[in-house]
Design a protein. Structure first.
Length: 178
């Protein structure tokens, strides 16, 4: 994986817009947010730092963020979720933990199982629903801001959120049914 240098980040196209944020400023302001989005998307802790860097390299290549109707966090969330999707596609499937459903009254021995089920359910959602669900439910972004950032009507955000909630709950139930 290529690691950027300070010279790479400082070479970002500059703009005179007062709301402009280059990749370095975006990282300082929103690096933790991107790391959280990646981790919640199923990226392992050992890979989060590399993928955070990838997200900000994408931001750098796109010339930074110029304030408009979208917020930088929503823009970065879109980038992070695409990177997480690519990560999941190329990652080797992890071996499933050994489970004995008869032990301890059917309680799974793996304490990470609920988190893994939630992440798997999240990834069963299509990209549009997943983004709306994560921004609203996990990051607390209001629906009107999501609509503005994504360039869609607020009613579409509500519709995607409702559908995502139903699909998420159904997927979690499906995962927990023996």
């Amino acid at each position: 994986m290529r690691h950027s240098t300070v010279a790479d980040v400082n070479a970002a196209p500059q703009t005179s817009s007062p709301g402009y944020l280059d990749a370095a400023a975006l990282f300082r302001a929103h690096g933790r947010f991107v790391a959280r989005m990646l981790h919640r998307s199923g990226v392992t802790a050992s890979d989060v730092d590399d993928l955070v860097q990838d997200a900000f390299l994408v931001a750098h290549r796109r010339g930074g963020f110029d304030t408009g109707p979208a917020k930088p966090t929503t823009w970065l969330a879109q980038i992070a979720l695409r990177i997480a999707a690519n990560y999941r596609r190329r990652r080797k499937p992890a071996s499933a933990p050994l489970e004995d459903r008869d032990v301890q009254g059917g309680i799974e021995a793996d304490s990470n199982a609920p988190t893994r089920r939630a992440q798997d359910a999240l990834w069963k959602l299509d990209e549009g629903k997943r983004l709306v669900f994560m921004l609203f439910e996990l990051e607390g972004v209001p629906c009107d801001e999501i609509a503005t950032a994504l360039g869609i009507p607020v009613g579409t955000v509500y519709s995607r959120l409702t559908a995502a909630r139903k699909a998420f709950v159904a997927a979690v139930r499906e995962e927990t049914t023996p």
